[in-house]
Design a protein around this ligand. Sequence first.
Ligand code: ADE
Ligand code: ZN
Length: 315
Amino acid sequence: MYDWLNALPKAELHLHLEGSLEPELLFALAERNKIALPWNDVEALRSAYAFNNLQEFLDLYYAGANVLRSEQDFYDLTWAYLLKCKQQNVIHTEPFFDPQTHTDRGIPFEVVLRGIKQALVDGEKKLGISHGLILSFLRHLPEEEAFKTLEQAVPFRDAFIAVGLDSSEMGHPPSKFQRVFDKARSEGYLTVAHAGEEGPPEYIWEALDLLKIQRIDHGVRAIEDERLMQRIIDEQIPLTVCPLSNTKLCVFDDMRQHNILQMLERGVKVTVNSDDPAYFGGYVTENFAALHESLGMTQEQAKRLAQNSLDARLV
Ligand code: ADE
Ligand code: ZN
């Protein structure tokens, strides 16, 4: 079944490039950039990958991103992810990057963007993988900071297709970013947002009504609100679900409790994605395989999930 799932043509619509930083590359970049690390070796770092919630993960994710300094580093990060896509027959990807994670450390916006974009362009040419890049704002920071990031981005308008919203969800509702999303839409960008991962269904309503998003990232808590479920089904609003992430961050205690197939059978346009594969134990095929092993996902269901991912592309 793994090989069959791996061969299925699919799109990945929820992937943080910074979250694809494997421990081996993290150590190599630390050495290249002469950065001292708090872990003795790759194994010690990997054993720190045990999380009780989103925030515990984010603390390590931001610490890991500190080794990314030069345009070449961002290129190498993105290229390594694209090689994984090639191995797993991901034919189209719409990755996120978090500029503020880097600009707040003094790395210029254009260094980050150029490295990532060059790798994505090479990925189209050399690997045949198409893409649409998404700039994601960090929701734990003030809206003012998101406005500054958008201003830095506008001169590179054609490099990306949409803006998103990620980082610590609780206490940072979508409404906090309504004005900057208005501005982004007026500049011609599409919009997506993380909502209903740890946060309540109200955050999903806000993301739809105030941020006017095309897709909901995660959204698994929509199932708690029947009226919301009806809307998502009626309007066929895609959900970018990340099963291994959800179990690693304790959104569900166990994969057998995951609601993705229940949603699929109710007619929700759910898709399977890896979120932060280096931290959560697998890329997109491993996420599909986990659904087969724990929930008995059939080949027919896998085909529908993969088709949903191709249909839910922004570009
Ligand atoms: N940043 C990287 N991964 C994330 C996730 N799963 N939720 C929110 N912010 C993130
Ligand atoms: Zn995410």
